[in-house]
Design a protein around this ligand. Structure first.
Ligand code: AGP
Length: 355
């Protein structure tokens, strides 16, 4: 068991540390940076879809929210559905619709039901999964493996990064043109993630804030899904109340809950919407809440916050992958400070095979 954890106290910590390797594996043989091309033989012969629908649960759903933006930016209509709500959404499907099930395990019952329904309605189905020969891999028309390697901890960490990278490749592959700059930054991603892993600031921040009443996470645009994911990870393993939302939503309700004992984690990326997000940070600080910024622009952000967790500068569409690693570490160290079991949180299963 100790050998399985490679010297770490928990699988989750080990899997967080494995992300540079997981990302490299995900990219291997799939990107030719020089020519600016993505090669995904798994998609050979697939016509550009008229629309893409992502169906997924939990962390995989957050990956979908990340992926849909990449596709829309490239002119492809895309939307993400919580898999258990997909039937009720009664979303139109035709033979140009591609329904992508994002599922680490490939066994999640809600996601499988949505995929089967979409297939019956005439959509082409694609499994974006980690587990070879899983139900999703076997039943979908096509399969794209995320290549994260086995994930033991109930909390999804490296599989989320690998899903984000695979979705970045998918977006480039489905669009008419690929972005050479985007591909270059994807290739540098393992290095960026490693620099976050080498920076040990998260433990100190988490321990300083471990006694709070609740935790909030805010982010805008590309970083809004990371705010949701940061909150999910924290609540799942620490058993503390945590909520994430797009930064602009604060003033529409959640602000009523903000007190000096509710830390706010804000993803403030230097190149997009910094001023607005800083405005939101100032709103919560005026109510006494300590703010932790995850930012690539510490110089301008630090004067507005109590703590800064720095990330390297990269393209806006790559920032969410790197920023999320800081929040994984915060969740881990906070749960550790509270002496939670971490790898096997109460009431949860790694793979939810019931509806
Ligand atoms: C993530 O930390 C959770 N354990 C959970 O939300 C998970 O992502 C969800 O159950 C979906 O699982 P899947 O990716 O295997 O389908």
């Amino acid at each position: 068991d100790a050998a399985g954890k490679s010297g770490y106290d928990h699988y989750m910590r080990k899997e967080i540390a494995e992300q540079p390797r997981a990302i490299r594996d995900c990219l291997r043989g799939r990107v030719t940076e020089l020519e600016g091309t993505v090669s995904l033989p798994e998609l050979e012969g697939l016509e550009t879809p008229s629309s893409v629908q992502f169906v997924a649960c939990g962390t995989s759903y957050h990956a979908g929210l990340f992926g849909e933006r990449l596709l829309r930016r490239r002119g492809i209509h895309a939307q993400t559905f919580v898999a258990s709500e997909y039937d009720a959404a009664e979303v139109p499907i035709d033979d140009g619709t591609l329904v992508v099930g994002i599922t680490q395990s490939g066994e999640t019952a809600d996601t499988m039901r949505a995929l089967r329904g979409a297939g019956r309605a005439g959509a082409t189905t694609l499994a974006l999964t980690n587990v070879v020969a899983s139900s999703a891999a076997r039943e979908c028309d096509r399969v794209l493996y995320i290549r994260a390697g086995p994930e033991i901890s109930v909390a999804a960490t490296k599989s989320f990064a690998s899903q984000q990278v695979t979705l970045s490749l998918l977006a480039n592959a489905l669009a008419d043109t690929t972005s050479r700059a985007h591909l270059r930054e994807l290739r540098r991603l393992p290095e960026y993630v490693q620099s976050v892993l080498d920076d040990t600031g998260t433990r100190e921040v988490a321990e300083a804030l471990a006694d709070a009443d609740a935790y909030f996470f805010i982010g805008r645009g590309d970083n809004a899904p990371v705010a949701l994911e940061g909150a999910l990870k924290l609540k799942e393993i620490s058993y503390e109340h945590a909520e994430g939302f797009p930064a602009g939503e604060l003033k529409h309700g959640p602000l009523a809950l903000v007190t000096p004992n509710t830390p706010v984690f804000a993803i403030v990326s230097g190149r997009s919407k910094t001023a607005e997000t800083i405005g939101n940070v100032n709103e919560v600080r005026a109510r006494g809440a300590p703010v932790v910024a995850v930012t690539d622009d510490p110089e301008s952000v630090a004067p507005h916050t109590e703590y800064v967790l720095e990330i390297p500068e990269t393209r806006p569409s790559v920032v969410p992958i790197v920023a999320n690693v800081q929040l994984q570490l915060v969740a881990y160290w906070l749960a550790n400070a509270l002496d939670r079991p971490i790898d096997r949180p109460r009431n949860l299963a790694k793979s939810v095979t019931v509806l």
